[in-house]
Ligand binder design. Structure first.
Ligand code: HEC
Length: 136
């Protein structure tokens, strides 16, 4: 779009060199503003924001899973999140969450998460484990 405009201006024979220069500068400024604007919009979220992951877990998981180790889960079968690494390898959950499958159990609903949300949830889950993962 920027190129098109610049070309159109090049054809305006009546413009003085000075006017043309001014117009071109404006176009260049506009183009670079647009480019940097886009870049800002598309900047990826920081990978694995545990605070955001906690907010997601509170909103989407805490109806069944306890978020604290010393509290019983609302759903009796759902492991409290701080004990999760005793059952699963947390890194391995990324794929399951990405596919929106109900991480392999009947009562758990299917979720669909953005990749950045999955990073956040995993960062959060990793950050709250109270015990080292058992050696497998
Ligand atoms: C409607 C209730 C419910 C919700 C909501 C829920 N879960 Fe679960 N989840 C369960 C139950 C019940 C189990 C245990 C199932 C079993 O042992 O078969 C479980 C187990 C798990 C496990 C262990 C899986 C395994 O193989 O042992 C993980 C990981 C997990 N949930 C993650 C999550 C995450 C992350 C969320 C939120 C995005 C979530 N759950 C939301 C009910 C739920």
């Amino acid at each position: 779009m920027c190129q098109g405009k610049a070309a159109a201006m090049g054809e305006t024979k009546a413009m003085t060199k000075r006017q043309l220069h001014r117009a071109m500068s404006a176009v260049i400024l506009l183009c670079s503003a647009l480019v940097s604007g886009c870049a800002a919009d598309e900047a990826p979220l920081p990978v694995g924001n545990a605070a955001n992951g906690k907010a997601l877990a509170e909103a989407r998981c805490s109806t069944c899973h306890a978020l604290d180790a010393d509290v019983a889960s609302p759903h009796a079968d759902a492991p409290p999140f701080p004990l999760l690494n005793q059952r699963v390898v947390i890194e391995n959950l990324a794929e399951a969450l990405a596919e929106g499958i109900g991480v392999g159990h009947r009562d758990m609903p299917e979720f669909v998460f953005e990749p950045s949300e999955i990073d956040d949830i995993l960062a959060y889950l990793e950050s709250v484990q109270v015990m080292p993962a058992p050696s497998r």
